[in-house]
Design a protein around this ligand. Structure first.
Ligand SMILES: Nc1ncnc2c1ncn2[C@@H]1O[C@H](COP(=O)(O)OP(=O)(O)O)[C@@H](O)[C@H]1O
Ligand SMILES: [Mg+2]
Length: 253
């Protein structure tokens, strides 16, 4: 069953078409990769789907509901969460509180849940945060300030924050950005084993091995247009993709 259906999505910034007539359907439970050179429209795709920018043209539906042009807080209520290429942690808060805060933005969370301090509800929510920290390999640093963490842990924390909102669709923008190959393998394992089970994911990534490792299918953007779609093996052996993508990769190596 399709969870996210995007049809003919176009987003213009002045004369620039950052997204040009893009159609993508992501199935429930799937890990879908979005790849392409720098400036090809990947982050813009996330920005338009999450409501930061309305589409210039086209339709976006989440589980059959038309979310095109909805503001971000409403889109998020319908079960969509994302991470940012430039992290959006609360730097002066510790790891636990960063997740605790994000949990408040979960759809269906009532004022009573938020205000029920010291009660059973609070204990069960604290337990949930601890479980998530454990699963994400962040338990040992629960008291550390977010700003004191090394980059790979900050990225893991950002993913954990998005997961605390229990989204149906999770969008990850370059989760392994700036990481070494070993750190990339680590985050790949976290995405595969912790973020993906029972959830639908779209992952933006430059690193081809990460795409091959975690994605069921992938699409390639080039100057805002979709030029290929298929399994990672199909996409990565497509002559046009090799030409366009690998030719460009030197630009941001
Ligand atoms: N808010 C904006 N205003 C003007 N141009 C933008 C804006 N956001 C993105 N762009 C442009 O759209 C193109 C796609 O950008 P982006 O989606 O960030 O690419 P990617 O994430 O694939 O590197 C780029 O040329 C970028 O400069
Ligand atoms: Mg980007």
């Amino acid at each position: 069953m399709t969870l996210l259906q995007v049809d003919g999505l176009t987003r213009r910034f002045g004369a620039l078409e950052a997204l040009a007539d893009v159609s993508i359907a992501v199935n429930e439970g799937e890990v879908f990769g979005l790849i392409g050179p720098n400036g090809s429209g990947k982050t813009t795709f996330f920005n338009v789907v999450t409501g930061i920018y309305p589409p210039s043209l086209g339709r976006i539906s989440l589980g059959g509901l038309d979310i095109g042009g909805m503001p971000p807080h409403r889109v998020s209520k319908h079960g969509l969460a994302r991470t940012f290429q430039n992290l959006r942690l609360v730097p002066q808060m510790n790891v636990f509180d960063n997740i605790w805060l994000a949990q408040h933005q979960r759809p269906g969370m009532s004022l009573l849940d938020i205000l029920a301090i010291g009660g059973r509800r609070e204990r069960s929510r604290r337990h949930e945060v601890d479980t998530l920290l454990e699963k994400c390999g962040l338990a040992d640093m629960r008291q550390s300030l977010a700003s004191d963490l090394p980059l790979p842990d900050q990225r893991r924390l950002e993913i954990a924050r998005a997961m605390a909102r229990n989204p149906r669709l999770l969008l990850l923008d370059e989760p392994a950005g700036g990481m070494t190959p070993l750190e990339t393998q680590d985050v790949a394992r976290m995405i595969r084993e912790v973020a993906a089970p029972g959830r639908t994911l779209i992952v933006i990534e430059h690193k081809m091995d990460l795409i091959s490792d975690i994605c069921d299918r992938a699409a390639v953007l080039h100057f805002g247009a979709k030029i290929a779609e298929g399994t990672p093996a199909e996409v990565l052996s497509d002559p046009q993709v090799l030409d366009v993508y690998l030719g460009k990769q030197a630009d941001h190596a």
